[in-house]
Design a binder for this molecule. Structure first.
Ligand SMILES: NC(=O)c1ccc[n+]([C@@H]2O[C@H](COP(=O)([O-])OP(=O)(O)OC[C@H]3O[C@@H](n4cnc5c(N)ncnc54)[C@H](OP(=O)(O)O)[C@@H]3O)[C@@H](O)[C@H]2O)c1
Length: 335
């Protein structure tokens, strides 16, 4: 089968389109013919092994898993003899996490892994980006205990995580103020934001309002800059460590002492993201109810995946970048 393989860490130039052996499912596994996958920030981090900590998961000197891609949509091609919940021909989507493997024509998933049948209202291209950014967003929202009636500010509302966060926070019934660039104001409103702040025109930290939760979905702010946006007892959370890697330390302080010193109960949380099968089923349900739709910036065929990485690495994609695997030139596949 065709696969995008990397055997050394580095820039997108280290990626090679290769013929590799098609995997065979074990008794409790399914073989999936991939139609669409994504290139996301996690793929980029594992490609270059940046930050360095990635090497502790992926291999100190070279990558242990040589095919990236952790979100996929495709069709079940074969099932192991013990598999009960999937059949040949089922259309599925899901998340393979640190096992990756989706940048290929076929991949293996355990039956009880993070996959489920695709919602009937979606193409493979639309379903592929349904789990990665969204599970990071859901993780923050749940750990911040976002509730109906609260006010939540989302900084970086146009990334994979931010665009999911806007939709999910709305689903949970909170009021959303979203921060983005001029050209994306209408998009972010269409995702459900109640108020949009254009960061090219206004400093969002100086709007004179306070929130129960501030989510930095692009990792470019800090608790220090955002604390005046928090109500007493309010929570700040970020997708990144912070410019001095301070966020985990502030979160540990919060968990020991309940809040940060002299900050009227204001907290920082930095939850370790963990995706579950229940999350994937939840996203499927929301998609089916038309309460959540992954935002797609653009599609690239598998053969042009290095271009996709270069684009994603710029940090300016709108939502998600999709890779189409078969047929490579057709961005919307609905068979
Ligand atoms: N915790 C983890 O394990 C994990 C996993 C994946 C990603 N991440 C981190 O989470 C962050 C978000 O990931 P993602 O995939 O959602 O990002 P992304 O899709 O690459 O986000 C890029 C978006 O952010 C917007 N943006 C860039 N600079 C901005 C700024 N100063 N203010 C507001 N918006 C800005 C960009 O639009 P404009 O430039 O047009 O504004 C673009 O739409 C990244 O920093 C990534 O490293 C963490």
């Amino acid at each position: 089968m065709k696969a995008i393989v990397y055997t050394e860490y580095g820039p997108p130039e280290v990626l090679q389109l290769k013929e590799v052996e098609k995997p065979a499912p074990k008794d409790n596994e399914v073989l999936i013919k991939i139609y669409a996958a994504t290139v996301n920030r996690t793929d980029c981090g594992f490609l270059r092994a940046k930050p360095f900590i990635v090497r502790f998961f992926s291999g100190l000197t070279k990558p242990g898993k040589t095919i990236l891609g952790n979100e996929f949509a495709g069709k079940i091609e074969a099932v192991g003899k013990d598999v009960k919940s999937f059949r040949h021909g089922d259309q599925v989507f899901g998340f393979s996490g640190d096992n990756f493997g989706a940048h290929a024509e076929y991949m293996i998933m355990p039956e009880d892994g993070l996959l489920t049948n695709m919602p009937s209202n979606m193409s493979y291209v639309e379903a592929a980006p349904g789990t990665e950014g969204s599970h990071y967003a859901l993780n923050l929202i749940r750990k911040a205990n976002v509730k109906s009636g609260q006010k939540v500010l989302i900084y970086g509302a146009t990334g994979a995580i931010g665009s999911s966060a806007v939709q999910l926070v709305k689903f949970f019934g909170a009021d959303v103020t979203a921060v983005c660039n001029t050209r994306n104001v209408e998009l972010v409103k269409s995702l459900g934001a109640d108020k949009v702040i254009d960061y090219t025109k206004e400093d969002f930290t100086k709007i004179g309002e306070t929130f129960n939760v501030v989510i930095d979905a692009v990792g470019k702010s800090s608790f220090g800059a955002c604390k005046k946006l928090l109500k007493s007892g309010g929570i700040y959370c970020s997708t990144d460590l912070g410019f001095l890697s301070q966020n985990p330390f502030l979160a540990i302080w919060t968990s020991i002492f309940g809040s940060l010193p002299g900050q009227t109960g204001k907290k920082v949380i930095f939850p370790i993201p963990k995706a579950t099968k229940a999350d994937v089923l939840f996203f499927k349900e929301l998609i089916g109810m038309e309460k959540f739709k992954p935002v797609i910036d653009r599609c690239y065929p598998l053969e042009q995946i290095a271009e996709a990485y270069r684009y994603v690495e710029k940090g300016q994609k709108i939502g998600n970048v999709v890779i189409t695997v078969e047929p490579a030139t057709n961005p919307v596949i609905t068979d």
